[in-house]
Design a protein around this ligand. Structure first.
Ligand code: 2PG
Ligand code: MG
Length: 417
């Protein structure tokens, strides 16, 4: 058995939006790994650059000319060295020379190749034999904000979290049932609703934030009763997209309302209480650590999660920890570049009682690696959609992992830190 890298191949493929993206194959003497990169639409400003000037074509050129010659011959086992080499070859802080998505795909393909060469599955390779906990699927049911066009809610995502499920398969089934019930209610509410969906496979309808919450809350109650376990709700406000820096207000176009930071705090807190929300992501714009901290202190039994706030970045998380800004962090490896960078952030989060929530991107491929990362990182939840090919790819991989673990499989601990 050998994990020496013999070949690295880069190609251009497409994501679910039809956008070009990069896919990497890594061949070792005894194994193989392949990974492709996703893309966000509502990106945090501190994310790394996805591609060099010239896009995916230029990234492919860079791989061939400067990256592959360095990586081929290295040992896939040494993930940190591979990731360090990617940063060294790039030389910039935000990976703009080779592209953050290039680094991401090489880093993930390498980890997969190393696992495959040693006869392990990726989650075992990264998490060891103690990695037996399945994350709760946090599923997007109704889309709004920057993920939709035309009339739709202002919040970006209305989510379900089946926190009472005993197994991952049961949890995934609950989310699908909520997804289907919500469609029935949307048909009644909006006569023009034609079953339209966002990139993430969530419904797109002409409803306000409060109507979406009411519809989702009814569906969660009904499915909870039927399945005899609790399904709770969450939201991704994606507040950076609502924030108007000049006017210092959150602009809710659909509601024709503006809220200053204080009003935003009161209204989110009210929603947490009214709907017993289990999860709130990015309730404030990406630099407002203070309002995040106030909400985290006041909200009870709710994960307050930073996505654009932290961008999987250790330094931003350290600032958040100091300010007591949140109790959960979204982990998206392509926000920061490599697996080693993301792992460093996950470890910092863990040491400080922050729940890591691995997540997909709105533009995604059928790559299922985040399913393995969620188990390896012991994430209490994974945000990866409910019904749509690129989302189902991750859900189905978690079903396979649960089957593989057999009696050792348990659900993760969802209690708010
Ligand atoms: C988010 C994500 C994924 P995007 O804001 O959490 O749902 O959106 O990938 O467009 O950044
Ligand atoms: Mg988000």
């Amino acid at each position: 058995m050998s994990t020496v890298i013999e070949d690295l191949v880069a190609r251009k493929v497409f994501n679910n939006r039809g956008e070009e993206t990069i896919e990497i194959d890594i061949v070792t003497a005894s194994g193989f790994g392949r990974a492709s990169a996703p893309a966000g639409r509502s990106r945090g400003k501190a994310e790394v650059a996805y591609y060099p000037n010239g896009g995916v074509d230029q990234a492919l050129k860079k791989v061939e000319e400067v990256v592959a010659p360095e990586i081929v011959g290295m040992n896939a086992d040494f993930q940190e060295e591979i990731d360090r080499t990617l940063h060294e070859v790039d030389g910039s802080k935000d990976l703009r020379v080779i592209g953050g998505n290039t680094a991401f795909a090489i880093s993930l393909a390498n980890a997969e190749a190393a696992a495959n060469s040693t006869g392990s599955l990726l989650f075992q390779y990264l998490g060891g034999h103690v990695a037996c906990e399945l994350p709760y699927p946090l599923g997007n049911v109704i889309s709004g904000g920057q993920h939709t066009h035309g009339k739709s809610p202002d919040f970006q995502e209305f989510l379900v979290l089946p926190c009472g499920a005993q197994t991952f398969a049961e949890a995934a089934t609950a989310n699908i049932q909520v997804h289907c019930r919500v469609a029935e209610s949307l048909k009644k509410k909006d006569k023009l609703f034609g079953g339209g969906k966002s990139d993430e496979g969530a419904w797109v309808a002409n409803v306000t934030d409060s109507e979406a919450l009411e519809i989702l809350s009814k569906a969660c109650e009904e499915v909870s009763d039927e399945l005899s376990f609790e399904c709770r709700m969450g939201v991704d406000v994606a507040a950076s997209s609502l924030w108007n820096g000049k006017g210092k207000a959150y602009v809710y176009e659909r509601q024709r309302k503006k809220r200053n930071a204080g009003e935003q705090l009161d209204s989110v807190l009210e929603l947490i209480k009214k709907y017993h929300l289990a999860y709130v992501e990015d309730p404030f714009y990406e630099d407002d650590f203070d309002s995040f901290a106030e909400l985290t202190q006041k909200a009870k039994d709710c994960l307050i999660c930073g996505d654009d706030l932290f961008t999987t970045n250790c330094e931003r998380l350290a600032r958040g920890i100091k300010a007591k800004a949140a109790n959960a962090i979204i982990i998206k490896v392509n926000q920061i570049g490599t697996l080693t960078d993301a792992l460093e952030t996950v470890e910092l989060a863990r040491r400080n009682g922050y729940a890591p929530v691995v997540a997909h991107r709105s533009g995604d491929t059928c790559d299922w690696h985040i399913a393995h990362l969620a188990v390896a990182f012991k994430c209490p939840a994974i945000k990866t959609g409910i019904v749509e090919g690129t989302r189902t790819a991750k859900i189905n991989e978690l079903i396979r992992i649960e089957e593989f673990l057999g009696e050792r499989a348990t659900m993760a601990d969802l209690r708010t830190p």
